[in-house]
Structure formats: structure tokens, C-alpha cells
Design a protein around this ligand. Structure first.
Ligand code: MTE
Length: 332
């Protein structure tokens, strides 16, 4: 495995639905589900053109990898460990999911352009011996690596992204989780003044995600601070986001301000919004369809046709053991 490490990181630095329509939040959620069925997460659904792709144009299936994920120098690498080319910087930063701004993937970059990401603090606490608040400067102490990961969105599109960051395990080790800690809960900033999407009542903001502690400690789990050797841009979740490459992209929570070690399974924003469609684990699994579409294939951004989705997004060798004995249909 090729690894590039560096000691410092280059971080220099409305769709508003009128409230009166809904008497209470509970009533609102009920009416949203009743009205929409699938509309609630329509924006987390594949676009018509994606689902309409002809199977006949599909790219030949890729086999389960026997190699380590690429962790090489992004500037030099042009492909992941399976030999597929990286997506371009333009593709990665102009086709985004970031509901705090908009549900239109091609508008996120424009709307997030001036989002203030400095100063910024990340509070890490809960069941730990050494709770700490980190500034972005403090994060420079964690040795940075470049890692090339596939990102597979639950909407059945994917990209290959050369991230820069450090293993979440390093951050967790610094705060010393207690023996009672079983899960890690992550929270995005709550800033409706600067995030127009957070003024929408469709979701219980802020965005929340969670991992089991052993998933969080897995070496693949990355705190990303940059991509393509540059610091993260707001649309990608600046200044700090999670990247969990074997799980659907929605687990990779952006613009994190709070991390808590807890003993109960956290309820994520998606579990809260549509528990029948989104579970806690969200492991990429071509054998378990989303209730509204197949997960067997995906569209790689920049490619025509579709390619087969790989179990655990191609990272089974590194992570399958985490789920030994678990029913992956029940724990979706
Ligand atoms: N994090 C926050 N805070 N808000 C979001 O809307 N969208 C998720 C995830 N992280 C999201 C988020 C989804 S659905 C995906 S697929 C990825 O971010 C997309 O990451 P990208 O825009 O960098 O490709």
C-alpha cells in the first residue's frame, strides 16, 4: 500500500414551507410522509435519467478486489486500486449532496460558495476520559494522508475521490473513549443564517450521523480535510467531514462541529426522516435494494452506462469481518 503522509495540512486559513401549514412538527412529519410517500427523500433518490439507463450499455462487472485501497499521492495517481480513473476536481466539486444548502446537486457549489468555515471548532466529548475542543489548527497535529476512495451514493451514482485527511481513530485515541462507549455520534453545524436548507422544516436539523465504535476505529474511516491536495471547499463539507467508503455516501457527514462517544445507537437524520428506507448501518450492498430502487448497479459520474455495485463498495476485505454473524438485510 502506498501512503503519502505529511506533517501539516494546508488549511490556511428556500425551499421554506410556511410553518403555519403545520400545527406541530409531528403533524407535519405525518403529512409529509402521507403526502409524499417517496417524496420526502426524493432528492436522495436516483434521477429519472439515472434509473432509465439501459442495462445493455452497462460496463462489464468488476470483480471483488484482492488489493488494498489506494492511499497514494493524489497528484501522481490517476486511478484507484481497481484501475478505474479518478473523477476530476470539477466533477467532485460541482455535483454534491448537501441538503443544508439545496437538494439540487448542481447548485450546491454556488450556494455554498461563501459559507464561513473559519474560525471553526470541533467539540469531542461524551464517554471519554479527555474531552477536547479542537480548532482547525489543532488538527494539523494529526499526520495527513492522501487516500483514493470510491464514494457510492445511495442514489446509485458514484465517484472516485482523492481525499486528504487523517484516520478518525487517531482523533478518538486522543480523547480516550471509556469502556462504556459503544458508538460515535457526529453532528453538522447548525447555522440557518448561512445554510438556507436548514430553514426548511423537512428535516430535524442539524444533520446527524453515527458509527459503531469498531467501525469508527477501522483504518479506512477518514476525517477528510481536503481533496486533490487542496483544502476542502464548502460544498465538499469544509473544513472537516467524515468519509466512510464502504457505506452509502450519506454516512459521510459534512462540516462537523460535534463528535460524541455514546452507549446507545445514534439516530441519524435519515433514520429519523424515513426509518423504513434508511437504517443505521447503510453498508453498500448490491443484494439489498432500496425500497424504491435497485442497488445492484450504479452510474459512475463521467461514464456512460452502469457498472455493477460491489459488496461493501469493494472494501469487503477490510471491513466484512465487522459484520460477521449479522443479518445484513435486517441491519440495513
Ligand atoms: N452531510 C451533510 N451535513 N449534509 C448532507 O446533505 N449529504 C450526504 C453526505 N454528507 C450530506 C452530508 C450524501 S447523501 C452524500 S452522497 C455525500 O455527502 C455527498 O458528498 P459529496 O457532495 O462530497 O460528493
Amino acid at each position: 500500500m502506498l501512503i503519502k503522509k505529511q506533517t501539516g495540512i494546508e488549511i490556511p486559513s428556500s425551499e421554506i414551507t410556511p410553518e403555519h401549514i403545520y400545527r406541530t412538527r409531528r403533524q407535519f412529519m405525518k403529512s409529509a410522509v402521507a403526502l409524499a410517500g417517496g417524496v420526502l427523500l426524493a432528492s436522495c433518490a436516483p434521477r429519472a435519467e439515472e434509473t432509465a439507463m439501459e442495462e445493455s450499455t452497462a460496463v462489464p462487472p468488476t470483480t471483488t478486489p484482492k488489493t488494498e485501497p489506494a492511499t497514494t499521492t493524489a497528484a501522481r495517481a490517476t486511478a484507484d486500486e481497481l484501475g478505474d480513473p479518478l473523477n476530476t476536481f470539477e466533477q467532485i466539486t460541482n455535483y454534491n449532496n448537501y441538503y443544508e444548502f439545496t437538494t439540487d446537486k448542481e447548485e450546491v457549489a454556488k450556494l455554498a460558495k461563501d459559507f464561513p468555515t473559519s474560525p471553526w471548532q470541533i467539540e469531542v466529548g461524551g464517554m471519554v476520559n479527555k474531552p477536547q475542543t479542537f480548532s482547525i489548527d489543532d488538527l494539523r497535529a494529526f499526520e495527513q494522508e492522501e487516500r483514493i476512495y470510491r464514494l457510492r451514493c445511495v442514489e446509485a451514482w458514484s465517484m472516485i475521490i482523492p481525499w486528504m485527511g487523517f484516520p478518525l481513530a487517531k482523533l478518538l485515541q486522543a480523547v480516550e473513549p471509556t469502556a462504556d462507549a459503544k458508538y460515535v455520534r457526529f453532528e453538522t453545524i447548525l447555522d440557518p443564517d448561512n445554510m438556507p436548507g436548514q430553514r426548511s422544516p423537512w428535516f430535524n436539523w442539524p444533520y446527524v450521523e453515527g458509527l459503531r465504535l469498531d467501525e469508527a476505529m477501522n483504518d479506512l474511516t477518514l476525517m477528510a480535510t481536503g481533496l486533490y491536495g487542496k483544502e476542502l471547499m464548502p460544498q465538499s463539507g469544509a473544513p472537516l467531514r467524515l468519509v466512510v467508503p464502504w457505506k452509502y455516501g450519506f454516512k459521510s457527514i459534512k462540516s462537523i462541529v460535534k463528535i460524541d462517544l455514546v452507549d446507545k445507537m445514534p439516530v441519524s437524520l435519515w433514520m429519523d426522516s424515513a426509518p423504513n428506507e434508511y437504517g443505521f448501518y447503510a453498508n453498500v450492498n448490491p443484494e439489498v435494494d432500496h425500497p424504491r430502487w435497485s442497488q445492484a448497479t450504479e452510474r459512475r459520474i463521467g461514464e456512460l452506462g452502469r457498472r455493477e455495485t460491489l459488496m461493501f463498495n469493494g472494501y469487503a476485505e477490510q471491513v466484512a469481518y465487522l459484520y460477521d454473524g449479522m443479518d445484513l438485510r435486517a441491519n440495513f
